[in-house]
Design a protein around this ligand. Structure first.
Ligand code: HEC
Length: 116
């Protein structure tokens, strides 16, 4: 019984820790929207999946210091799909289009990415 309680507490602690890091950087609403879309099936924050890591994208485009023009351009790529800019990392994979997103929604997601 004691063991069981302890392991439950450890699990709860780990879960809190996880959400703490997951929401530490960037707007949680934008992240939730990304999770209900397919962004995380091709991207991870820290490592390459099909697409480049969100941290690598943030580094390339100067993170939170990115201009509004850069954010608008990246959002358009999320909506229309993109290819050719990360071939060294992706081996030439393309990002699928996301026409269901508005420009404002996509910009919110890009700002979250750039905050990583
Ligand atoms: C089918 C896999 C896939 C999905 C789903 C996907 N991406 Fe991508 N993404 C990629 C690939 C591959 C690239 C690199 C494209 C290139 O080489 O220009 C990329 C690039 C990007 C870039 C950088 C674009 C650039 O030109 O530098 C951003 C920002 C991005 N993705 C955000 C998102 C967001 C937000 C979502 C969810 C709405 C998403 N991605 C969903 C595969 C995907």
């Amino acid at each position: 019984m004691l063991m069981k309680t302890r392991s439950l507490m450890v699990a709860a602690g780990a879960a809190m820790c996880f959400s703490g890091t997951a929401f530490a950087a960037g707007n949680p609403a934008a992240k939730a929207m990304m999770m209900s879309n397919d962004c995380f099936s091709c991207h991870a924050v820290n490592h390459q999946l099909v697409g480049p890591s969100f941290r690598a994208i943030a580094q390339r485009y100067h993170g939170r210091a990115a201009s509004t023009a850069t954010i608008a351009t990246l959002a358009k790529k999320v909506i229309s799909g993109g290819s050719g800019h990360w071939n060294a990392q992706t081996g030439g994979m393309a990002m699928t289009p996301h026409p269901q997103l508005s420009q404002a929604q996509a910009e919110g997601m890009v700002r979250w990415v750039l905050a990583q």
